[in-house]
Write a protein that binds this ligand. Structure first.
Ligand SMILES: *[C@@H]1O[C@H](CO)[C@@H](O)[C@H](O)[C@H]1NC(C)=O
Ligand SMILES: *[C@@H]1O[C@H](CO)[C@@H](O)[C@H](O)[C@H]1NC(C)=O
Ligand SMILES: *[C@@H]1O[C@H](CO)[C@@H](O)[C@H](O)[C@H]1NC(C)=O
Ligand SMILES: *[C@@H]1O[C@H](CO)[C@@H](O)[C@H](O)[C@H]1NC(C)=O
Length: 377
């Protein structure tokens, strides 16, 4: 406990320094972010719009303006990204960037702030926030963030804006029906809540089975409310192998196995209930096309061929983020390190994960549809 507290204080200190050093650079990037949409592919995207809900696997800068210790807008984050650090929890692109690229979008899907400032909301918005979860309180020990309920509120504001732009509710819904939506939520409800009994009561309140049921109940309401806002093509990400995070290994030990099975088992209980929920939503909501992306499987498969899985490429102090301005591993494309920091995949692996979510390699990677098929429906 004491050691943990010390680490938090140390971490806070590091971040305060990083904050100061970054104030100037942030002013500069504020001026630049309108031009942040990079060209990639020419031609029409496969769908007119892509909206992203999620956590740090998808965040592209939404946490930058919040008072939060779990930010990623400083070096070495973004070291391989064309515009440098943006708030992505990666050395380069993240899974959402990979999916947007494969869908044929000409630029990255903007963060909420970027979308509003550039008045560019029709092609989609990324609402994802590092540390966020299905539950409102999840991740709060590191500061302010945008939980799923609030991401949905933000989306409803954007939907009103789209309605004004397109002139009627009818044409707005027609547009929104065609978009792809990805939702990646829940791993923080375990890693940054249930398995942090020093901050949260949930593990005393619920056993893993009951906790998964409570989460799925809340998630069900959230996914229905996304449907009510006009979403039809919704890819819901299963939870990744949180028990294999270098962070989890460092925190819990593994008793000799490769991952912390206690965490992976809890996550799989959630995943199995999520599959039932998705079948249920498809059966009961007219024209709904929810699909399950088996990130648990894809996460494991994508790590094969990466030799180092127990520590990340950048240096950390037991906890999640890279030490500000520390030097990461030198070669980040040679498939040595599976993780970038102590939680998030290195860019090379994020791209593999995104590709496999988009185009399943095995039928169990995504069902009933992969994202490519979802776009065609
Ligand atoms: C979470 O917070 C939001 C906004 O503050 C609120 O509308 C919502 O009811 C809360 N959800 C729960 C389950 O407490
Ligand atoms: C390690 O093994 C012991 C004894 O089997 C068990 O009580 C404990 O929960 C295990 N720890 C983890 C992190 O799995
Ligand atoms: C992984 O390690 C093995 C044994 O050290 C080595 O032969 C192999 O080339 C390494 N793979 C990569 C991708 O570096
Ligand atoms: C990184 O590793 C890859 C694969 O081993 C190699 O092709 C590349 O030249 C290396 N890059 C640097 C900068 O060393």
């Amino acid at each position: 406990m004491n050691q943990k507290f010390l680490l938090l204080v140390l971490k806070y200190f590091c971040f305060s320094m990083a904050e100061m050093l970054l104030k100037a650079s942030r002013m500069l990037s504020a001026l630049l972010f309108v031009s942040n949409l990079l060209p990639w592919v020419h031609g029409e995207p496969q769908v007119p719009c892509y909206f992203i809900f999620g956590d740090s696997l998808f965040d592209n800068g939404n946490n930058n303006l919040l008072l939060n210790l779990a930010k990623a807008n400083y070096l070495p984050y973004g070291i391989d990204f064309p515009k440098g650090p943006t708030g992505r929890y990666s050395n380069g692109r993240n899974i959402g960037d990979a999916i947007a690229e494969l869908l044929g979008f000409e630029g990255y899907i903007p963060s909420l702030k970027q979308a509003i400032v550039a008045n560019n909301v029709l092609q989609g918005v990324n609402y994802a926030s590092g540390g966020a979860g299905i539950r409102n309180e999840t991740g709060r020990q590191v500061g302010d963030l945008v939980p799923m309920d609030e991401q949905l509120q933000n989306h409803r504001t954007i939907v009103s804006r789209i309605t004004r732009i397109l002139g009627s509710k009818d044409s707005a819904f027609k547009h929104l029906n065609k978009c792809i939506y990805t939702v990646d939520m829940g791993i923080n409800d375990y890693i940054m809540n249930y398995f942090m009994p020093q901050f949260y009561y949930t593990s005393r309140q619920y056993n893993v089975e009951q906790y998964a049921t409570a989460l799925i109940q809340q998630y069900s309401e959230q996914l229905k409310s996304l449907y009510d806002a006009g979403a039809r093509k919704i890819a819901v990400m299963g939870l990744v192998r949180g028990g294999c995070f270098p962070f989890s290994l460092a925190t819990f030990g593994t008793n000799g196995s490769l991952c912390v099975e206690m965490i992976n088992n809890a996550v799989q209980i959630f995943n199995n209930k999520l599959i039932s929920l998705i079948n249920n939503l498809n059966a009961h909501l007219p024209h709904a096309r929810f699909t399950y992306i088996n990130l648990f499987q894809i996460d494991g498969a994508s790590a094969q061929g990466f030799n180092i899985t127990n520590i990340g490429c950048c240096r950390v102090i037991t906890f999640v983020p890279c030490i500000p301005f520390s030097s990461p591993c030198s070669n980040r494309t040679d498939h040595q390190y599976a993780y970038w920091d102590s939680v998030h995949p290195i860019e090379a692996r994020a791209l593999i994960i995104g590709r496999r979510a988009y185009e399943a390699q095995e039928p169990t990677d995504a069902f009933p549809f992969d994202i490519r098929r979802l776009a065609q429906l």
